[in-house]
Design a protein around this ligand. Structure first.
Ligand code: LLP
Length: 414
């Protein structure tokens, strides 16, 4: 695909990652425009059998360079905050293709989105519904709304990224769905347009998606008998990617599994994929700063830390780590790749067989999703730069932060 090895050198499209590291320094996020495009089009084409809108989950990668590439392909966006809304606008995204997910939307966020004319608010509680109704009525508008239902399906993924079980804080539980739809239908500021669900992230089989869809179709049919007819169904995001040896369905397989049910339903289909579009379109480059072999473990200190990429620390996520160039010797050892942050959980990868030397550049693969977006300034570390590669061109889509800007908003007390 867009990342491949040419004569031992790991390349992104037509550029070598080693050269990018030398030019822009590390830690550095590098994205491939071709990969983003291919991943987006894979969804768009897979669902071409039905009226649909792919809404990229902005939370997975919100760089405006990334969003801009997708907007130009016709992507819609799934947002979870007013901040993400402004990013989408800055990137040239169309409000009419935005769905607004997330618990706890504020009045200001609702007002801004309503005035812009977004496609839908995915509502997560009765209280939120009332809030949206009040804002809409005050503005003399009607808010297009879906209820995000919680179908109580086990996504069989990491518990921290599973969202569709009744004990999760997300969505409206089965037992109150009809009551809240009835309320929604009675509110002057609300126009009921759809139904929505998102059961979790990094799903590697189609079964949970299928089970959730079956449950939602049942709900849609019951709603019909209550006189509530919907225009669309939003099937959420969650399709997984290969980090190690997972074999997730492709977007085409995912679409094929849902196709009979969706066709029978005949509603417009929205979807909110994030990871499956952005993860393998990006890598994090890091340089081995020094080696610290000990009697117990071999540590390679790298210049990317948990503040740059928190997935290994937070979810024990395994991410593939590859040298960008041919090793300079063949003394392979088992290394723990650790960052300089003062936490024992600060690691990028553990027990990796590599022939390392200080100065080597490594690529953490699959880092395009939930990478930079989850970065922090912990330990007063400036966040990495981000570069987008397009063919033989590289564009800085976010400059490296400058340390003294990190306290620019702070002040001393008099
Ligand atoms: N829609 C909703 C309502 C969501 O909550 C999410 C992700 C998505 C769509 C996109 O899911 P995706 O297609 O990317 O799986 N930080 C974690 C992942 C958290 C996902 C949160 N919600 C990680 O690094 O694995």
């Amino acid at each position: 695909m867009s990342f491949s090895r040419v004569d031992g050198a790991l390349c992104v499209e037509q550029l070598s990652l080693g050269a990018l590291a030398a030019q822009y320094a590390t830690p550095l996020y590098v994205y491939s425009r071709a990969a983003l495009t291919a991943n987006y089009l894979a969804f768009d084409q897979a669902f071409s059998f039905i009226d649909h809108q792919v809404c990229f989950a902005v939370k997975s990668n919100s760089n405006i360079g990334v969003l801009g590439v997708l907007a130009r392909l016709g992507a819609g966006f799934d947002i979870v905050s007013g901040g993400e809304l402004e990013r989408v606008l800055a990137a040239g995204g169309e409000p009419a293709k935005i769905v607004f997910s997330g618990l706890g939307k504020t009045e200001q966020e609702i007002e801004r989105a309503l005035k812009l004319g977004i496609a839908c608010f995915n509502v997560e509680s009765a209280a939120e519904l009332v809030r949206i109704d009040q804002v809409a009525q005050r503005l003399g508008l009607r808010a297009p709304v879906s209820l995000r239902v919680n179908p109580d399906v086990d996504a069989q993924t990491h518990p921290y990224i599973s969202t569709g079980l009744k004990e999760n804080k997300f969505g409206i539980p089965n037992d109150t769905v009809y009551e809240i739809y009835a309320t929604a239908a009675s509110l002057k500021g609300i126009e009921v347009v759809g139904i929505d669900c998102h059961i979790g992230s990094q799903l590697t089989t189609t079964t949970p998606f299928h089970d959730a869809l079956d449950k939602i179709i049942e709900m849609i049919n019951t709603l019909k008998t209550q006189g509530i007819t919907l225009k669309h169904i939003d099937i959420g995001g969650g399709l997984g990617v290969t980090y190690r040896d997972e074999t997730p369905p492709t977007p085409a397989e995912y679409a094929a599994a849902l196709r009979p049910a969706l066709q029978a339903l005949g509603l417009k289909v929205y979807m909110e994929p994030g990871r499956a579009i952005s993860a393998n379109a990006g890598v994090l480059l890091t340089t081995v700063d020094m080696l610290k072999p000990t009697t117990y473990r071999n540590f390679a200190l790298v210049d990317a830390a948990m503040n740059d990429l928190i997935r290994p620390s937070l979810y024990s996520a395994w991410m593939d780590i590859q040298p960008v160039a041919k090793p300079r010797h063949d003394d392979v050892k088992v290394w723990d790749l650790v960052g300089p942050v003062c936490e024992s959980t600060d690691f990028i990868g553990k027990e990796r067989e590599l022939a390392l030397e200080a100065g080597d550049v490594l690529a953490v693969m699959g880092a395009g999703a939930y990478g930079f977006v989850m970065a922090s300034n912990y330990n007063t570390r400036a966040r990495a730069a981000e570069v987008m590669v397009d063919g033989d061109q590289a564009y800085v889509v976010r400059q490296r932060e400058i340390v003294n800007e990190l306290w620019a908003l702070e002040s001393l007390v008099p």
